[in-house]
Design a protein around this ligand. Sequence first.
Ligand code: PMP
Length: 439
Amino acid sequence: SISNKQLLRQQEKRESNARSYPRRIPLAIKKAEGVYITDVEDRTYIDCLAGAGTLALGHNHPVVIEAMEKVIHDRLPLHTLDLTTTVKEQFVDELFSSLPEGFRERSKVQFCGPTGGDAIEAALKLAKTATGRQSILTFQGGYHGATHGTMSISGNLSPKRKVQGLIPDTHFLPYPYTYRCPFGKGGEEGHQISSTYIENLLDDPESGILPPAAMIFETVQGEGGSIPAPVEWLKEMRRITKERGIPLIIDEVQTGIGRTGKMFSFEHAGIVPDAFVLSKAIGGSLPLSVVVYDESLDTWEPGAHIGTFRGNQMAMAAGTATLKHVKENLLDVHAEKLGAHLLQSLKQIQQNVPEIGDVRGRGLMIGVEMVDPSLPQNRSGSYPAHPELASQIQRECFNRGLIMEVGGRNGAVIRLLPPLILTDEQAYEVIRIFDEAVR
Ligand code: PMP
């Protein structure tokens, strides 16, 4: 039978050089179930990457499989553009019944192409159409996708440098990254300075920022390094945008569907955005994305936003089953509790490891930032990032059967994004392996 190395080499030869995950996670997957992946050499791993946060119910959850089998058994259509179907009606019912009261009654949904980036594009177009403006307020370190539009509003410069002509009039504001505060101060004070700065900037006629079509952010920056924005800051952003008539778009692509401990992450702050974007978990492992928005933004003419793949019935059926299962089993509450427990364990490990600069997260979106304490501290009192060490720990974990992502602005953050069905025992195993790898 074929080995991991052989398959990796074969695919490497023919796939584009943009391949990313296989470079750090060098296995060839044979099968997957729950939180486990098995490679072609029959080694099993705990999957804390989980499709970069897509697999809320893990791999091949019975309720997802059952929903997909029903689509096949009943010969329901698989592809339907944006035509009306019973499967879509069930999905919309389930989605709307998950929305916070008050917002639910005022909401509209736009089905988008299959990816998160696609729905972010739609949300930006919607905000521009509704306001007749063009400038976008976005945040340092944010990630919204890899299309031209979404790359333009993402913070990560390294892939952007090679792509000329991204959309202009995009303004990057400081995110309340309290560990490396852009204002040189962490914690409470830092995020207050950040919101005051943003408010002043918007009111300054000399700032060079035209009245914005939208402000967009993640409540927990995912690819940026699992950085939760303080709840108070989220409230401030809602107040600031509301007072100035700026549509607020929240990117829930990674945080949505229970991962942070609430169905939607903005619920932690008791706010509702004007629009939010869902993808990843909403398709129950299959490609699906939507924008949910306040009806006051619904200024689109018929056909103003189109696309062939807006009717993936299998994904909607899998998504409906996922939403139902998350709600019925209170997996959001589980994510909150288990996340707190994992954070506590990681902080305990941190006490003896000066190279762990920061441990942070919200629910099951956790980051461990590796630093080099042998170098001088920077202005915000943190040590320089240590990406090589993060990669080394990722590799040591992998060798012990634990798959995790490494990301963050400097590539120095080890990220845990396990399925929400991770049990206490499995979480214990994750910590045990991580601790051993770090040591
Ligand atoms: N927004 C966020 C917050 C994401 O994490 C991602 C994907 N990592 C995207 C948007 C883009 O989604 P996709 O890769 O499906 O285009």
